[in-house]
Design a protein around this ligand. Sequence first.
Ligand SMILES: [Zn+2]
Length: 400
Amino acid sequence: MMLLCNATAITWQPARVESTDLRIRGDTIVERGPRLTPRGEQVVDLDGRVVIPGMVCAHTHLYSALARGMPPPAAPPRDFREILEKVWWRLDRALDLDMVEASALAGAIDAVSCGTTTIFDHHASPCAIEGSLGRLRRGIEPAGIRAVLCYEVTDRGGPEGARLGLEEHRRFAPDARFRLAVGAHASFTLEAATIDAIAGLARELDTGVHVHVAEDPVDASPIGRLRPVLGPRTILAHGTHLTPDEVREAGDCWFVHNPRSNMNNAVGYARHLPAKTALGTDGIGADMFAEARFAFFKARDERATPRVLEMLQAGQDLASAYFGRPFGTLAPGSVADLAVLDYDPPTPLAADNLAGHLVFGMDSRHVSRVMVGGRFVTRESGERMASAREHARALWKKLE
Ligand SMILES: [Zn+2]
């Protein structure tokens, strides 16, 4: 048991800012209110510090942790397909299982340092498929965060690659920290029969599908082809080039907006995403403060309405859907996943100006402590990053 006293508890949607105490038992918040009486548990006085629900990154690729600062290809990619062919599909083919584990550890440590406690990963290592989800788990575990894993099934490596990708999901046993989705690359690299097999596997494993959708015009009109995998737990990343009609056709799927990645790849702006849209980084780290800020400024630049609080809350709701428990409420019954921020604002902080503080003030540099499942997790990286750098060097050499 633990009692967090004198917290300024913030939740995103409905926006709420409240001075309160939080009592935690096991991995759950069991009581919330001012001046709770200690009952012999450990008492942590937060002295008014901000407490937010641990951030959720709804779409990422941990393997890209080893790509930071990687030398670019000799001839610069001219479009999105060339970005895949010259950069990401070369990189993922060069990954071995040790590199997969090292990238997961580096990415998970990075996440926790930013107050991100749950990540939805989309993994590919076509020359090291078998055992890759287990090695991802082994990499993530020391950082203490939660993850929803999947292997990106695709026909770009032929039918045997697709079969191994599907099978890899069956080797993975979910638990309290780790859940499974069924991964799929994107409509344009999947045969219709493979899409049917993915849908069948998701039904068998009682989960949703995590797939890229219309990130670029190369993935044209994917919703009709993906109909077998659509459903209330399916996660559609990007949706950049969907029309309002196609978004409606996707029904009650989750969408994930990745503004930094979309800007970096110059694929356009995801203008028509529905209310059920969370935020992801698409492999550009796991800093959701930064991603939210880009979502805000990109929306402003496009003369669209920014919805950053709603998107952060949607990430929490997505985690609730996968873990089967409430996330993101900091209320009794919610998981005790949270971040403490040393955020000392120069202006009043209240529910009605929370978005302003999120976009113009709060930052991952304010994260001072992170709790997952009722336990504070370490934010030390030390030797682990040195090991990641060794693996990155080996990976880059393979790509020369
Ligand atoms: Zn992606």
